[in-house]
Write a protein that binds this ligand. Structure first.
Ligand code: ZN
Length: 168
């Protein structure tokens, strides 16, 4: 986050903060983004303004930076308050949902381009037997071992693509 905060910006930012006595949150009392994060207006060189998330400004004021690919997340003792700007309630890290989304997408891409069929390890430790046919994923059930699931994926994929004429 590349904030260039002037003394005036910082004073204006601080004037919008109110301490919530019960939770200890330092709540931003100003405009909000749709998800409830404080929206702080920063003047930009050239006369343009931009809206930045208030809790990001709070970290910058506290001298903390947000590493690339990371995000600032709330961890308020009284339940997460998106408008909270108390640095002690803020952590930086890779957002859980984002990380999970990315790993699923990466896995799918790899499977699609490399292997049109195969076994996919599931959350419960078992293996799903799957084939990627065009834009569809066909599942052939779950198995205890990777070998079983991948062998059955190959078998099912072939019978799916080339049905045995004797059966019909
Ligand atoms: Zn808080």
């Amino acid at each position: 986050m590349d904030f260039e905060l002037t003394e005036r910006d910082i004073a204006r930012f601080r004037s919008k903060l109110r301490r919530a006595s019960v939770t200890g949150c330092l709540v931003f009392n100003g405009a909000k983004f749709p998800k409830g994060h404080g929206a702080f207006r920063l003047p930009k060189k050239g006369g343009k303004q931009r809206l930045v998330r208030a809790h990001h400004v709070a970290l910058a004021v506290a001298g903390r930076s947000i590493p690339a690919g990371h995000d600032a997340m709330h961890n308020c003792p009284g339940g997460d308050n998106p408008a909270c700007c108390e640095p002690a309630h803020l952590t930086t890290g890779i957002p859980k949902e984002h990380g999970r989304d990315r790993s699923i997408k990466a896995q799918r891409r790899k499977s699609r381009s490399g292997l049109p069929f195969g076994a996919v390890r599931q959350r419960n430790g078992r293996y799903g037997s799957q084939a990627w046919l065009g834009d569809r994923t066909v599942c052939f059930g779950t198995y205890d071992t990777w070998a079983e699931a991948s062998a059955l994926a190959l078998f099912h994929k072939n019978s799916y693509l080339f049905p045995d004429p004797e059966v019909n």
